[in-house]
Design a protein around this ligand. Sequence first.
Ligand code: ZN
Length: 152
Amino acid sequence: MLKIILHPNPILRKKSLNVANISDKKIQELVPEMMETMIMSNGVGLAAPQIGQNIRLLVAKYKDKNLVVINPIITHKSILKEWDEEGCLSIPNKYGQVRRPKNITVEFFDVQGQKQILKAKGLLARIIQHEIDHLDGILFIDTAKDITDIIY
Ligand code: ZN
C-alpha cells in the first residue's frame, strides 16, 4: 500500500503533468498499487498527487467497476449543477457540500493506452471531477460549504 499525502503538503497544490508514456513500466506498476491503496483506504477515488506523484493519472471505483483514467480532459459539463457531500483521503475526517456539474463527458486514456470517451452522471461524474481537481492542485475544501469535522 502506498503512503497517502495529507493536506497541507505542497505536492497537493502543484499542477500535474500529462503521463508521457503509458506503457512505461513505472506507470504499469503504479496503477495497480494506486487501485489497491484506494480500496484498502475505503476511498472511491485516488489521484496520483495524493501518493506523491504530480502526473495526470487517477483511479476511481464506482459500483463494481474500477476505472483507470490517464490524461483526462473534460469535454462537456452540464449547465445543471448539484450539491452533494464530499470527503478526501488527503483530508481525513472532513466533509463538506460541493456544487458541481451534474453530468460530464470526459476523454482519457486507459491503462492499455486506449482512448476512452465516458459520459458520467451523478456520483461517478462527481468522483471524476474531484479527482481531476487534484491534478490541478485544487482541493474540495477550496469551494465546499458546511465543512464538518468528524471527531472520533
Ligand atoms: Zn480528494
